[in-house]
Design a protein around this ligand. Sequence first.
Ligand SMILES: [Zn+2]
Ligand SMILES: [Zn+2]
Length: 76
Amino acid sequence: MGLHPERQGFCIYCRKHVSFNPDVPACTTCGGVCSMTMRFSSTEDAPSYCHACGEPAYVSASNPLCDSCKARPPSP
Ligand SMILES: [Zn+2]
Ligand SMILES: [Zn+2]
């Protein structure tokens, strides 16, 4: 299991490139503590993107990976 500290991910809200970090799967613009909390309750059906592959998917801050990435984490 290799770790990739500089691995790239995607902001789940705007698809901007960010460091891969499932704990904070959003860019600083979208992922501020306040905006994250607000978005939690209001983005249930909003377009989102998989944090790992950037594909449109039903994801959230607590569940930032699409089904295929959860099933098999993508190679770097
Ligand atoms: Zn963003
Ligand atoms: Zn994915």
